[in-house]
Design a protein around this ligand. Structure first.
Ligand code: FAD
Length: 463
C-alpha cells in the first residue's frame, strides 16, 4: 500500500503541459477513470490515486521522477492482464502505457521496435502482414509489456522459444527517470534481468524483437471427451510430439458456446489448442498421435485445425464480465491417476466456471541455459494452471481453497511462472526466481531501483 499523499491537483500541476508529450491524466472524479482502470480478469478492487497516460518516453520519465519525488508507489499498466491484479495498489500512481503503441518493422533486418503499450494481437497482426512472427502467448489482448517481462510462453514455445528468447533490445526508464537503451552489449546485466524479471527494473517504453519468417501455422482446437485416458493421453502425445508442435490442453466442463454441440454442454471435455509451425504439408502426420487419442476416446467432438497466420490463431481474450482466481504449478507430467483426480475435482467443484490448463514445454524453451535469462525454469516439462471463475469477488474468494488445494496436489516440481502468479506473496517471488537468479535480480535492483519504486509487481527487493 502506498504511503504517499498524491492528490489530483499535485499530479496535474506536475505532469500536465510542459515539454514532454501531452500526458492524459485521470483521477477518480474524471470521466474515463473507471474505464481506464478496468483490467482482465476483473474484480480487482484497485483504486490508483491517478492514472497517467504518457504519449512518449519523455512523458514516462517525467511521471517516474514525479512519483519518486512524491514518495508514491508506481504501478505500470500495459495490456492490463496481470494475473489477478498484481501491482494494483490503492493510492499508487499508475503509468498507463496504452498510448505507446507505435510499431516499426525492419523487414529486411528481421527486427521490430514495438511500443510498450501494444497488445500481442496488434503486434502480431502488424508483423504478420510481412509473413513474420515473434512468439507471444495464446491470447491477443495480453500486453506485450507484461508477457515479455514475465517470459512469454505460448503457441510457438517449443519451436521458437519464449518471447524473451526473441527479445534483442529494450528502451527502459529506470527509477531515477533515466532513459537507457539496453541489449546484449549495453547494460547487458540489466538486459538479462528484463528477460523474465517482471516489472522490477524499470518501465520498458519500447521492446525490440527478432522476427521469424513464418507466414502460416497449422492450428486450432481438438475437442474430445474428458476421460482420464484422453487427458493423460493428450499430455503424453504432446510431450512426445516434434518440437514444431506446441499444445496447450484444458480440462473443463464444456461451455455452452454455439461452437460446442449442445449435447456436450456441461460435460467434461479435453480441449487441445494445437499449433504446428513446421512444414504445413507435414502437419497431419505430426497431429496423428493427438487425433488417435481423440479416436480412442470415442472421436473428436470438434476438430478446427487449419492453416492460417499465427495472429489468427490467438484467442481474442476473456472480454470482461468475469472474476477469476488461479493457481499455477510445475509438474513432471500427468499420469492417468492424476488425470482422474483432475476430472473428479472439476466435476465436483462448486465453482461456476473451472478449468485445469496444462502447457507442455520442452523443445526450444529448454535449449536456453537456465542462467542465460531471468527466467530460470527452462527444463520444466509441464506448466499447469488451475482456474475458477464466477460473478463477483465475494463468490470467487470462496473458490480459492479449492484452487489452491488442486494446484498443490498436481505440483511435483518447485518453482512458478511470473506470468501466472496470482498475488504478490514473497514466497511466490522466491519460487519464480530461485537461487542465483534471485541474487542477480536483487543486485540489479540495488543498482537501478535502490528505493524499490517499482514494487507493484512480483517483487524482488533491492539486495
Ligand atoms: C486471458 C489471459 C491469457 C494469458 N495467456 C498467457 C500466455 O499464453 N502465455 C503467457 O506467458 N502468459 C499469459 N498470460 C499471463 C500474462 O502474460 C501476464 O498476466 C502479463 O503480466 C500480462 O501482461 P499485460 O501487459 O497484459 O498486463 P499488465 O497488468 O498491464 O502488466 C502486468 C505487469 O507487468 C509489468 N509491466 C507490464 N508492462 C510493463 C512495461 N512496459 N514496463 C515495465 N513493467 C511492465 C507491471 O509490473 C505490471 O503490473 C495470460 C493472462 C491472461 C489474463
Amino acid at each position: 500500500m502506498s504511503t504517499s499523499t498524491l492528490t489530483p491537483a499535485s499530479v496535474r500541476s506536475a505532469l500536465e503541459g510542459g515539454p514532454a508529450g501531452s500526458t492524459t491524466i485521470l483521477t477518480p472524479d474524471d470521466d474515463g477513470y473507471e474505464a481506464a482502470r478496468a483490467i482482465e480478469p476483473g474484480g480487482v478492487p484497485w483504486q490508483p490515486a491517478a492514472i497517467v497516460r504518457p504519449t512518449d518516453t519523455a512523458g514516462v520519465a517525467r511521471a517516474v521522477r514525479f512519483a519518486r519525488d512524491a514518495g508514491a508507489e508506481v504501478s505500470v499498466r500495459a495490456g492490463g492482464h496481470s494475473a489477478l491484479g498484481v501491482g494494483r495498489d490503492h493510492g499508487a500512481l499508475t503509468i498507463d502505457l496504452r498510448a505507446l503503441d507505435a510499431i516499426d518493422v525492419d523487414v529486411d533486418g528481421r527486427t521490430a521496435w514495438a511500443g510498450g503499450g501494444l497488445t500481442a494481437g496488434a503486434y502480431s497482426s502488424a508483423v504478420g502482414r510481412h509473413g513474420l512472427v515473434t512468439p507471444f502467448g495464446d491470447t491477443a489482448s495480453v500486453g506485450i509489456g507484461g508477457i515479455t517481462l514475465a517470459g512469454g510462453i505460448g503457441l510457438l514455445a517449443r519451436s521458437r522459444g519464449l518471447t524473451i528468447d526473441s527479445l534483442v533490445g529494450a528502451e527502459v526508464v529506470t527509477a531515477d527517470g533515466e532513459v537507457l537503451q539496453v541489449d546484449a552489449d549495453h547494460d547487458a546485466e540489466l538486459f538479462w534481468g528484463l528477460r523474465g524479471g517482471g516489472g522490477n527494473l524499470g518501465v520498458v517504453t519500447r521492446f525490440r524483437y527478432a522476427l521469424h519468417e513464418l507466414p502460416t501455422v497449422v492450428g486450432g482446437m481438438l475437442l474430445l471427451p474428458g476421460t482420464p485416458e484422453s487427458l493423460a493421453g493428450m499430455v503424453a502425445a504432446a510431450t512426445e510430439a516434434p518440437r514444431e508442435l506446441t499444445v496447450i490442453i484444458m480440462a473443463m466442463s464444456a461451455p455452452p458456446m454455439p461452437f460446442v454441440p449442445a449435447e456436450w454442454h456441461g460435460r467434461l471435455v479435453v480441449m487441445a489448442n494445437v499449433c504446428w509451425s513446421g512444414d504445413p504439408a507435414a502437419a497431419d502426420a505430426a497431429l496423428a498421435p493427438l487425433r488417435a487419442v481423440a479416436t480412442a476416446a470415442g472421436g473428436a467432438i470438434l476438430d478446427t485445425v487449419h492453416p492460417a497466420p499465427y495472429a489468427d490463431h490467438l484467442e481474442a481474450g476473456p472480454g470482461g464480465g468475469i472474476v477469476a482466481t488461479a493457481g499455477a504449478f510445475f509438474a513432471e507430467g500427468l499420469d492417468e491417476q492424476a488425470a482422474a483426480h483432475v476430472l473428479a475435482e472439476l466435476e465436483s467443484s462448486p465453482a461456476m466456471m473451472r478449468a485445469v490448463q496444462l502447457r507442455v514445454l520442452g523443445g526450444a524453451v529448454a535449449d536456453v541455459p537456465a542462467d542465460a535469462t531471468a527466467f530460470a525454469h527452462r527444463d520444466v516439462p509441464l506448466l499447469g494452471y488451475v482456474m475458477a471463475a464466477g460473478p463477483s469477488v465475494e463468490v470467487v474468494d470462496g473458490y480459492k481453497p479449492w484452487v489452491g488445494a488442486l494446484a498443490e496436489r498436481l505440483r511435483d516440481r518447485d518453482g512458478t511462472y511470473t506470468g501466472f502468479v496470482g498475488d504478490g506473496d514473497p514466497r511466490l517471488a522466491r519460487a519464480a526466481y530461485p537461487g542465483a537468479t534471485w541474487d542477480r535480480l536483487a543486485a540489479l535492483k540495488r543498482t537501478y531501483d535502490p528505493g524499490n519504486l517499482f514494487r507493484g509487481n512480483l517483487n524482488v527487493p533491492p539486495a
